[in-house]
Every structure is written in C-alpha cells, then in structure tokens.
Ligand binder design. Structure first.
Ligand SMILES: Nc1ncnc2c1ncn2[C@@H]1O[C@H](COP(=O)(O)OP(=O)(O)O)[C@@H](O)[C@H]1O
Ligand SMILES: [Mg+2]
Length: 265
C-alpha cells in the first residue's frame, strides 16, 4: 500500500504555459507581514503544493488570489494579463475555483443541488424564464455523469450530501470545481478530517482531473506525504516569505521540512 502510494507521485509532468503569475505580493495586518514580497508562477497541468507552518501566510496568499483579501501591493497576472481580482465572485468568474477544508457543500442538499449551487439550470422556455423553474432532470443527469467519470459511487443521488462519506463530499467539491471548467483549482487542506482511504481517493481525483483536463491545481497541505504524492512543484512559505520553490523531482522531504522550520534558512 505504501509503495503504491509512493508510485502515484513519481511521474512529474512536463507542464504548459503560465496561467497564473503572482509578482511581489504583499499583505500586512497591522504590523504583521502576512505575505511579504511573494512571487510565483503556476503552469497549465501543474499541481503546485504549498506548505508552511501555521501562520506562514499560505491562506492569506490564497485569499489574495481568490479575491477574499485585497493585496497591499504587487501584481497578479492571469494568462499574462495583469488582473485586479475584486471579490471571490469575481475570482470565480475568472475561472479560479476554490475548495476549502470544509468542503463548501451545503450538507442538507443533495449532490445535484450542490453541483449547481448558485448556478442552477432553469427549464427551457417560459417555465424557466418566467417562473424560475429549475431543470432537476438535467441537473441529475449531469451529476450522474460527472460522478461516473470521477469514479464516485453515490448510492442515492437524492440523499443529502451529509449522508456521503467525508471523502466523497470532498470529491464532489473537487468535481464541482472541475465541472465548472475552473481554469485553476485551489485546494486549502483538501484531505483534512477524512479517513486515509478517502484522502487517497481525493488525491487520485486531483491527479485524474489534472491528467484529463490539464487543469492546474494549487494545493495547500500540512501532509508531506500528500504533497509528495501528487505535486509537481512545492512552494514553501515561512513568516510571510516564500523560502523555497522546488520541483518535487529535485527535492526531498527532509529538505522541505528544513525549509519549513527554518533549519535550512
Ligand atoms: N484577517 C486577519 N487579521 C489579522 N491577522 C491575520 C489575518 N489573517 C491572517 N493573519 C495573520 O497573518 C499571518 C499569516 O496567517 P495565515 O495566512 O492564515 O497563515 P497560514 O495559512 O500559513 O497558517 C499570521 O500571523 C496570522 O495571524
Ligand atoms: Mg491557513
């Protein structure tokens, strides 16, 4: 099992053009330099791992990119174009899909409702147009297809997603990001709080979506094994600064831990 898990990560892929570039981003909270002059690139088809201790600035960096926080200075380029990202809604319109630790699903709603949350498909014609009637059949069919492609088995599509396992919920959340043609999918601790087998399923799903759609991912994780299993490249944050940017093929767990703790600083 351990050997197989190891195997997943050994194929680092050649990657495509730069889809996201962050240049000299800064964000202070009072006297705290939460993000301190951070630059990095993300290429198509790349899984970029982001690691660092608590308080290192990972979430702040992600929140700047996903429009939840406004940067103090610096620049964000999407597809080479300098872009101001004003809000999380704006980020989503630009194709930045974020999956949070808590999967971001509405637990009492079923999988189709979650897949189409906030983007419900209305019925064709006047029923949809004038009465806002939702095309549940379409939504079910799409969800069914999506889950099948992603090898997620949900016994009853009409059941609230809280009846799914934690891993399945995460998978639905990741699948949703892919379904909406996210240009970039950002995962903040995707496999936290779920069982080991389920974690593996979520990581495999990330790989599958990347392989099939060439969608790049940024994945924050505390789990060094997860990072080494799926990432092509690793960014290490420490005290708001980027202290490492390494291809997985060119580094080791020891080196990355050293960068996280500052032992190698
Ligand atoms: N909204 C905020 N207000 C004040 N300080 C914040 C806020 N968000 C983050 N910080 C501070 O910024 C630093 C970086 O935090 P964060 O980005 O959450 O780190 P990480 O995600 O790596 O654990 C920490 O010192 C944290 O206390
Ligand atoms: Mg965080």
């Amino acid at each position: 099992m351990a050997a197989a898990a190891h195997e997943i990560g050994t194929s680092s892929r050649a990657t495509g053009e730069v889809v996201l570039e962050a240049r000299n981003l800064r964000k202070n909270f009072g006297g705290i330099k939460a993000v301190d002059d951070v630059s990095f690139e993300l290429r198509n088809g790349e899984i970029l791992g982001m690691v660092g201790d608590n308080g290192a600035g990972k979430s702040t960096l992600i929140k700047i990119i996903t429009g939840a926080y406004q940067k103090d200075s610096g620049e964000i380029l999407l597809g080479g174009q300098p872009t101001e990202i004003n809000s999380t809604g704006h980020a989503r319109e630009l194709g930045l899909e974020t999956v949070y630790q808590s999967s971001g699903l509405v637990e009492v709603m079923d999988a189709p409702a979650n897949l189409f949350l906030g983007r419900e498909k209305l019925k064709e014609g006047w029923l949809g147009k004038y009465f806002g009637m939702i095309d549940k059949r379409f939504m079910r069919r799409e969800t069914d297809n999506l889950l099948k492609t992603l090898n997620i088995t949900v016994r009853n599509l009409a059941a609230p997603v809280q009846t799914l396992s934690g891993g399945q919920q995460q998978s639905v959340a990741v699948g949703r990001a892919a379904y909406w043609r996210g240009k970039i999918i950002i995962l903040d601790e995707p496999a936290n709080n779920i069982g080991v087998d389920q974690q593996r399923a979520v990581l495999e799903l990330v790989r599958q979506i990347r392989d099939q759609h060439d969608i790049p991912f940024i994945m924050i994780s505390h789990n060094m094994e997860h990072i080494f299993q799926v990432a092509d490249r690793i960014i290490v944050m420490r005290n708001g600064k980027k202290v490492g940017d390494k291809r997985v093929a060119d580094t080791s767990r020891n080196e990355v831990v050293g960068l996280i703790t500052g032992a190698l600083a």
